[in-house]
Design a protein around this ligand. Sequence first.
Ligand code: MOS
Length: 734
Amino acid sequence: MPDYTAPVPVPGANMGRADPRIEANDKVTGRTLYAADNVLRNPTHAYFVTSAIARGRIRGFDLAEAEVMPGVVAIFTHRNFPSPGDYRPPTPAAAGSNPPDPTPMRSAEIAHEGQIIAVVVAETYEAARAAANRVRVDYEERRPATTIESRGTEIRDLEDVEAAWRDPSVGDFSRAYAGAAVKLDGQYSTPAQHHNAIELFTTLAEWSGEDVLIYEASQGVHTLRTQVAAQLGIDPVRVTISNPFVGGSFGGKNGTPRTGLIAAVAKAVRRPVKLVVPRDQGFTANTYRAETRHRVQLAADRTGKLVAYNHEGTELTSRIKDYRTAGTRLTTEIYGVPNIASRVRIARADRNTPGFMRSPPEVPYMFALECAIDELAERCGLDPVAFRRLNDTQSSPISGRPYTSRHLNECFAAAAEQFGWARRDPRPRSMRSGDWLVGYGCATSARPAQSGASNARVRLTADGRAVVQIGAHDVGTGATTIMGQVAAGILKVPLDRISVQMGDTRLPRATGAGGSRTTAGGGSAVKAACDRIVARFDGRIPQGAALRSAMGGLGLGSIEEYAEWSPPGEGAAGGQAAAEAPLACAFGAQFVEVRIHSRTREIRVPRITGAYAAGRVMNPRTARSQLMGAMIWGIGSAIHEFTELDERRARYVNNSIAEYLVPVNADIGTVEVIMIPEVDELIPLGAKGMGELGNVGTAAAISNAVYHATGRRIRDLPITIDKLIDDRPRPGAA
Ligand code: MOS
């Protein structure tokens, strides 16, 4: 048996080298500069004043006390906000898939608690914070609607608010469900979760004449530049955004209205401005994963073949913007079900606008589906792995399109073997270790394979070195190393002689670090540029002295090539109808063991095993780290992590890293990652992307294991001790 927990994974078929990260030494020795580490000339410091109410309007400000505080440079509110030009939402093509809210401080209206209502600028961070705490605000307060079930929340069908959206369906669900032999009708819920990366949300802005340089913790500088230029009403060439390193983003460092706001403030005070949003304000000055509710109806015939599936999801959004994740697009294509219905609704409440968080649609929707699958398998008297195998499909039941590659069964087989699934006694509450109830559970992971148009520039010098330039991001994933590896493999240059530059608008425009697109999209552009260099040498790059003399013969000290790359079928018009796009998806299978103390109900996850197939694995070491980190987050999302809402005030209660729980070392036991060799030819690079694959399904595997240990189905996340101690029937526990 291979040791999957070995420090350096051994590459399998169709896998690259397990090179260590090229920036690792700089990171662990503190040499890496993150956005807030940049030094500005004669800087000022900004601190936000945020709304203490969730709904209403501002009657007025009393700034008298704040203005005379030592070190205060300026205080801006909607009354005197430096006009950055009227905010014009960027065109959809320029804005990215989730454009930010309009710039705050444009009126007296309050749409959510924590809304930015004033910016205090001072000589030091401490002075700005002290003055912000002395800004008095007179509000006209109205009763807010807090969450999906609250009075005053407006629930709308996604089909009615988004012209292009159609709820996936096929066959005749109602009829098939009514006549089915075995069925289930369950309610599931997932909580709000907030971004708490180590690196805080940051914006630094410095003007030189008409040009502004911005340092910001961002996962998409090129899109951010377009948005900021639109906010400021200036040409995008006037805006430079630099952010080579990111201390965790996970969807939280996409476009934000804060950037243009701080740039406008810097222009008004005629000095550079530094903003580091404190942890608590980060809960409302930024996006988050919103809570969702699900109804899943699932039915099978007597042999265990699925015959009907209906998935109704309701997602919270703000009053400002109709953000949605609509995870039914994925869940309706996972199993071979002939009759499918689905419906997505959004719930507008008095909350800040949600946004992306690692696998935004898949995490909540696959939780519901994969719990339901486990429940129905049990009702059919089938092992949940066998049940999934029986209902596997190699094509979409909605469109009939085949998957470019799909090895879900192979993932289940490998992970089950490694985990020891065969030792499971299927009866609930049948396994025990001393005072601990032991449960085994499993679930499917799935995540669409995306890429994204990218450009790259590569330079090969006569001394056998190379420079790779691409305005994509390494958000901590190892992307820098992978870009270098792509060039090293094609140019035959050792990785330690390659310099990789990323995360800056002065570099070629490339895909943002969202949707697990960087390796496939950015890597394909780097490959294209390298291929062009190879073509200059008639397909064979000379090595060593031969390279030097070959370049000398051409009269060159270096060769530089620029390449544009677009995903297959994606024309200049930008994108194609989803119905015509190839069906490409990465898959995985996760198995967990949970232990629940028979008296205290303390819950532990001593081990987890995941097997994944995601096309070519560019670097098994960075890939394993990605998947391992994702599974750990998956454990956190199942039993630790959630944002507490104050129903009366539409406020977040645990807005600190002390009270917002994430797993720590002592919470995590054995994490095993298996990478299944897979060849996928959707794109020449062969990679599908896996950053968001590993935390999909984890929470369902844990919920299923909790049921196996205790006989209790916990259908609302997180699974906390109180839910296991309370033996009364819970809503949704049909
Ligand atoms: Mo990531 S949640 O796709 O930005």
